[in-house]
Design a protein around this ligand. Structure first.
Ligand SMILES: [Zn+2]
Length: 439
């Protein structure tokens, strides 16, 4: 994108400014109107609100790498700048932000703070949040020992604290150089109450690309996500060149800047719900599981099969009982017996000479080849006789006393008798005739 196009965009931006302001005012009547208070720039982007976070409750944020991110509303943006201070560019960034009354978060490198302590103090004096970004910015945090990582983190904080004259002026926010995360580093940071900041989208401003590309990437990625933490670098000339246009376009599109600060005993955290820390929280309206799926059947033809008639079900439709039919003649306190269900009822099968008849299977198909008739022996209690196992082992029994079906004649080795030995043979009567269904 050419610079001239950027300026045409800017002109269009200004024409849309009034509309955007009205929309923003309607959407957020309670938001502080800091933009209007911006000295010398009544049309400034401004900072819409301050978000106070507790790093111990949410130790890792930024959807580029973590499940959680800052609890921003739609069209809210947090600006972050890494690697400074480098006065030549960092001061220019500070001036651009001041002109728009925008508050950001700077992740300062310890070695840079040592070299340019005044640059860190300017950030603090302008009201920005100051986090740290290690002492030497090594791109090896993912390969370091825990001790090396600890050293880098601690030295960076110490250098920035020395520049500011106070450790209390540093927010417990840390961004790992190159976003080269490692569990050991994050665990150490968490143990120190330091929040690990990734980001929601970068603008690739550390690469050798044009300011127009930085502008375009920042806006397109933000637009795609709708809100989030933007990662920029205040030591890059392309960032300085792109930043005014980014801020103007944010305003034109109705985005709002959020300033993030850590909770302290005097400054309680902003109340939030856990779901707000997810960029796309799971809601009841969203289906979580997509299984099982209906398979894609391929039909050979679209011919419809005939549906069943209700007469095919064999129901006696005319005699379906009323729900409280049985209660009608009951006296108080009597429990009604359930009425017989209308289904299933035996129905005489209608025969027709037109029906296809199938051969009746031979009885031999269902016979058990080993035994033609199972052998049943019922047992009755033998009065007055003590249990055999109380007096003698079962091997001493002279009469057969266990329940026997035919299979019992072939005992499984190691198994014990399953009936008490006080039972003996007796007569058996079996009612084998099934009761008819239509009682
Ligand atoms: Zn960096």
């Amino acid at each position: 994108m050419m610079a001239s196009e950027l300026f045409r965009r800017r002109a269009r931006t200004r024409s849309l400014l009034g509309i955007a302001c009205v929309i923003a005012a309607l959407a957020l009547p309670a938001a502080p109107a800091l933009a209007a208070d911006c000295p010398g720039n009544p049309g400034a982007l401004g900072t819409s609100r301050t978000l106070v976070v507790d790093p111990r409750e949410h130790p890792r944020i930024g959807t580029m790498q973590y499940a959680e991110t800052l609890p921003l509303r739609d069209h809210e943006v947090v600006l972050t700048f890494d690697d400074g201070p480098l006065p030549r560019y960092s001061n220019a960034v500070l001036e651009i932000l001041a002109r728009e009354c925008v508050q950001a978060t700077f992740f300062v490198v310890g070695r840079m703070a040592k070299a340019y302590p005044e640059g860190v103090r300017r950030m603090r004096d302008a009201g920005h949040t100051i986090g740290t970004h290690s002492q030497n910015h090594p791109l090896s945090f993912n390969r370091m020992t825990a001790e090396q990582a600890k050293q880098e983190v601690d030295d960076g904080i110490a250098s920035v604290a020395a520049a500011l004259g106070s450790r209390a002026a540093i927010a417990p926010f840390f961004r790992i150089p190159g976003l080269l995360r490692a569990e050991a580093v994050e665990s150490y940071l968490g143990s120190q109450g330091i929040q690990t900041w990734s980001a929601d989208f970068p603008a690739d401003d550390w690469r050798h690309i044009s300011p127009e590309a930085v502008y375009s990437l920042a806006l397109s990625r933000l637009q795609a996500k709708g809100r989030g933490v933007l990662l920029l670098h205040d030591i890059q000339p392309r960032t300085v060149a792109a930043l005014p246009h980014i801020l103007h376009e944010l305003k034109a599109r109705g985005f709002r800047i959020v300033h993030v600060v850590p909770a302290t005993p005097d400054r309680p955290k902003t109340p939030t719900e856990p779901s707000q820390w997810r960029l796309h929280p799971v809601t009841e309206q969203v289906a979580i599981s997509h299984w099982p799926k209906v398979p894609r059947f391929s039909y050979a033809s679209a011919e419809m099969l005939p549906g069943p008639s209700i007469a095919d079900l064999g129901l006696d439709i005319g005699r379906v009982p009323e729900p409280f039919d049985g209660l009608r003649h009951l006296a108080r306190g009597q429990v009604p017996l359930p009425k017989p269900a209308p289904w299933p009822r035996q129905r005489s099968a209608e025969t027709s000479t037109n029906l296809i008849t199938f051969p009746i299977p031979a009885a031999s198909l269902f016979s058990i080849p080993e035994k033609s008739q199972p052998e049943f022996r019922a047992m009755t209690r033998q009065p007055g006789k003590r249990a055999a196992h109380d007096t003698a082992p079962q091997t001493a029994q002279t009469e057969p006393r266990a329940i026997e079906i035919s299979a019992a004649a072939r005992p499984i080795s190691g198994s014990a008798a399953i009936a008490p030995a006080t039972l003996q043979r007796g007569p058996i009567t079996v009612t084998a005739r099934p009761r008819p269904l239509n009682h």
